[in-house]
Design a protein around this ligand. Structure first.
Ligand code: NAP
Length: 319
């Protein structure tokens, strides 16, 4: 029987599907990676690994994984994995695309609405018993409807954001590695270079993967190009926006607000510099976190792991 290493405690009803196919070694914690020693031991003779976005494997660990044929990554982003090295060792990698488009685009919109309409700040006002009456600008944020939305990374989730923005009568600008003329027609979107998008957009949403090219894509230089009323949303990956520069831009009101689901180092604590600012809204990397979406993502992982054993074409290979 093939051997499978599961790096976290996954829901029992999901793991049960794999029991007929694999001898399973599972780390018994839900939200933390297995210690290096446990991983080294477990991966040594594993044929497959089921891991999550917070897990990574050193070159030493991978070079000792002589039987390893497949890593199923719970998440669409796979910047946690050393893909170049895995390719050279003929280790296949699968991820969980498409099924999370709606949930993740919804969260981007939720952050956009939260930052624009000051939802957390207004909640705090009630919690702290500071709602004392009505005044013209009490709790007043800014409009979303009829504004310009700049989407950086017009992939599957970027497109799903574009689709939602039509309901808000937004005008869409986008910047992407490749131009997508079909999407331009479908969403009346305009392709432009990054600087044009940054200078003209009222809302900027990032949905590129984190790669060497996109790391620090947004630094103080780019933040200074944005309107002083601009709102920046990042539900893609920490590291695409330079956090120290973002802090300066928010503190000096070079931009109006930012809403982030992802951070350079996760998890963050309540001491994080950005959380000390009034114009910053954060969620704890919950882009795809609906029960239905997480179930669908796990099912994609399971399908790819079972396909390996059955010698069938493996779905959702990233190469
Ligand atoms: P996708 O379909 O692969 O889209 C990524 C888009 O980014 C593609 O259109 C790609 O362009 C573009 N891109 C890549 N490198 C670029 C660069 N250097 N400059 C400009 N554009 C570039 O992926 P997706 O499914 O939409 O997911 C996007 C990312 O969102 C994931 O990689 C993941 O990190 C993140 N995510 C986060 C959460 C969360 O929980 N917060 C949930 C889901 C996803 P091409 O068309 O040229 O390939």
């Amino acid at each position: 029987m093939k051997k499978l290493f599961i790096t976290r405690k996954m829901p029992e009803h999901m793991v049960q599907q794999l029991v007929p196919y694999y001898e399973i070694v599972q780390w018994n914690e839900v939200s933390t990676s297995a210690p290096a020693k446990f991983t080294e031991e477990a991966i040594k003779d594993a044929d497959a690994v089921w891991c999550v976005g917070g897990d990574s494997f050193s070159s030493q660990v991978l070079s000792n994984a002589k039987n390893l044929k497949l890593v199923a990554n719970f998440g669409v982003g796979y910047n946690n994995l050393d893909i170049d090295l895995m390719k050279t060792q003929n280790i296949l990698v699968t991820n969980t695309p498409n099924v999370l488009n709606d949930a993740t685009a919804d969260l981007a919109f939720a952050l956009m609405l939260s930052t624009a309409r000051l939802i957390p700040q207004n909640m705090k006002c009630i919690e702290q018993n500071k709602w004392t009456g009505w005044s013209p600008y009490q709790g007043a944020g800014v409009d979303i409807s009829n504004k310009k939305l700049g989407i950086i990374g017009m992939g599957k989730i970027g497109e799903t954001v574009a689709k939602r923005s039509l309901g808000f009568d937004m005008e869409i600008l986008y910047y992407n590695r490749n131009r997508k003329e079909e999407l331009e027609r479908k969403y009346n979107a305009t392709y432009c270079d990054l600087n044009t998008l940054l200078t003209q957009s009222d809302f900027i949403i990032i949905f590129t993967p984190l790669t060497p090219e996109t790391r620090n894509l947004i630094t103080l230089e780019q933040l200074k190009l944005m309107k002083s009323t601009a709102i920046l949303i990042n539900v893609a990956r920490g590291g695409i926006v330079n956090e120290k520069d973002l802090y300066i831009a928010l503190k000096e009101k070079k931009i109006w607000a930012a809403g982030f689901d992802v951070f350079e180092e996760e998890p963050i604590s309540n001491k994080h510099q950005l959380l000390q600012l009034e114009n910053f809204v954060a969620t704890p990397h919950i882009g795809s976190a609906t029960i239905g979406t997480r179930d669908a993502m796990m099912q994609l992982n399971i399908d790819s792991l079972i396909a390996l054993v059955k010698n069938e074409p493996i779905p959702n290979l990233i190469y």
